[in-house]
Design a protein around this ligand. Structure first.
Ligand SMILES: Nc1ncnc2c1ncn2[C@@H]1O[C@H](COP(=O)(O)OP(=O)(O)O)[C@@H](O)[C@H]1O
Ligand SMILES: [Mg+2]
Length: 226
């Protein structure tokens, strides 16, 4: 479903953020990416979202070369990929409901569909009761649930989560990991970037390890080894 073929990303003057990386991720797979700070994890995700262009190599989503996409195809691509970040990126002045509905309003979805779909994703993340709360009224774990609900709203094929556990205590980190596993079980591919050793070692899923922009390990039932 996702294929990186000899992909390199060099930031000027000559920072090799991603260095000749090749891997494939199958449909409905759950893959974690680990690596020290600066290893190239975020750059890898940005390449997949077409926020950055590779200097070398090709990136495919469902056999389409995303590096050749024009802007309308890039918008389409970003609706197929939901992104979640460490700092949630919620709008403080909007409620849970509004934070999710907002992106549908922007693309002109009907009110009927917005109400139905927002209720659906809130149900999945278990936040129906918090629909009218503002981010400041929510715990870190709940904020990340809102961000995940927002990422799910376009029914993406893939969820990219860039250190989503980074600001959470162990209890909420486990909680969000379970939610990502549930979303994966419901049929969405998940790519999880995390520094959380305990979570990685308890998942028993595929782990790709990056070092200096290179894949140094790619194992099913991988462990946290840096
Ligand atoms: N926009 C940028 N311009 C220049 N260098 C960058 C930029 N983004 C990232 N880098 C560099 O690329 C390398 C990989 O960064 P990044 O992908 O953010 O790593 P990670 O997410 O694993 O911490 C680092 O050396 C970082 O400083
Ligand atoms: Mg990063």
């Amino acid at each position: 479903m996702i294929k990186f073929q000899n992909v390199s990303k060099i930031y000027p003057p000559d920072i090799k953020a991603v260095d000749n990386v090749s891997f494939e991720v199958g449909s409905k797979e759950f893959v974690s990416i680990i690596g020290r700070s600066g290893a190239g994890k975020t750059t890898l995700l940005k390449l997949l979202l077409a926020e950055e262009k590779p200097n070398q190599g090709r990136i495919f989503l469902n056999d389409q070369d995303i590096c050749r996409f024009k802007s309308t195809k890039v918008s389409e691509l970003r609706r197929k990929i939901g992104a979640v970040f460490q700092d949630y990126k919620l709008i403080p002045s909007k409620t849970t409901y509004e934070n999710i509905a907002y992106i549908m309003e922007v693309i002109g979805v009907s009110d009927f569909e917005i109400t139905r779909d927002v209720a659906g994703v809130l149900e999945i993340v278990g936040l129906t009761e918090r629909a009218n709360s503002f981010p400041a009224e929510l715990s870190g774990g709940e904020r990340q649930r809102v961000a995940i609900a927002r990422a799910l709203i376009h029914r993406p094929e893939v969820i990219l989560a860039d250190e989503p556990l980074g600001n959470l205590d162990p209890y909420h980190a486990l909680d969000i990991t379970r939610l990502l596993l549930k979303i994966n079980t419901l049929g969405t591919t998940v790519i999880l970037v995390t520094h959380n050793k305990n979570i990685i070692n308890s998942l028993g899923k595929r782990v790709i390890t990056l070092q200096d922009g290179k894949v140094i390990r790619d194992e099913q039932n991988g462990r946290f080894i840096l």
